[in-house]
Design a protein around this ligand. Structure first.
Ligand SMILES: CC(C)(COP(=O)(O)OP(=O)(O)OC[C@H]1O[C@@H](n2cnc3c(N)ncnc32)[C@H](O)[C@@H]1OP(=O)(O)O)[C@@H](O)C(=O)NCCC(=O)NCCS
Length: 153
């Protein structure tokens, strides 16, 4: 069986927070806190997701939907399990969810140096729409990306 077919995506719950926070710590120089993720679980405009492999959380994605715009706020995969299509699975679910919530476009911003993430987003159909100059730590540019969410006939 294809390894990816046994991974499923579901809403993030409180019990996931220890593992989510550990993946976040391993993924970013300035990680979100556990409380930040807890706020994402409880916020009415927020739809955090986890990818689960045999009962273990292996990645997550935080999606915000406000009226016609949705935004991917965070996505990360356990370092040892990258390159297996897990982030793609999470993003594909986020696209479906954003459409269901009525969003017309899905937005995100990413560090200009993060070529793995930029390739991932381009693979899913995001295009570059602009640059926020020296956005990160007053040093690194943010690349703004958008995927239009066309109506499915
Ligand atoms: C970016 C990240 C989420 C990708 O997760 P992943 O599960 O390894 O990604 P996938 O296996 O689903 O890859 C899907 C596509 O992304 C691209 N991609 C992923 N990792 C890549 C890499 N290291 N180099 C180049 N392209 C890459 C490829 O286009 C890939 O498609 P392909 O396998 O058909 O070529 C992961 O590297 C991560 O957690 N990084 C740290 C956190 C981070 O930077 N998040 C993004 C912040 S905006």
């Amino acid at each position: 069986m294809d390894a990816l077919t046994k991974i499923h995506v579901r809403p993030m719950i409180e019990q996931d927070l220890d593992v989510v926070a550990a993946i976040e710590q391993a993924s970013y120089a300035t990680p979100w806190s556990r409380e930040h993720f807890r706020d994402e679980i409880s916020a009415s405009y927020s739809w955090p997701l986890v990818a689960v492999d045999e009962g273990s959380v292996v990645g997550y994605l935080c999606l915000m939907c406000l009226f016609e715009e949705a935004q991917v706020l965070n996505v990360a995969v356990s370092p040892t399990l990258r390159g297996r299509g897990i982030a793609r699975l999470l993003l594909e679910r986020a696209v479906v969810l954003a459409r269901e919530k009525g969003a017309k476009r899905l937005l995100l911003e990413v560090r200009a140096s993060n070529s793995a993430a930029i390739s991932l987003y381009e693979r899913i159909g995001f295009g570059r729409t602009g640059i926020r100059s020296r956005y990160y730590d007053h040093t690194e540019d943010a690349v703004l990306m958008e995927k239009p969410l066309k109506e499915i006939p």
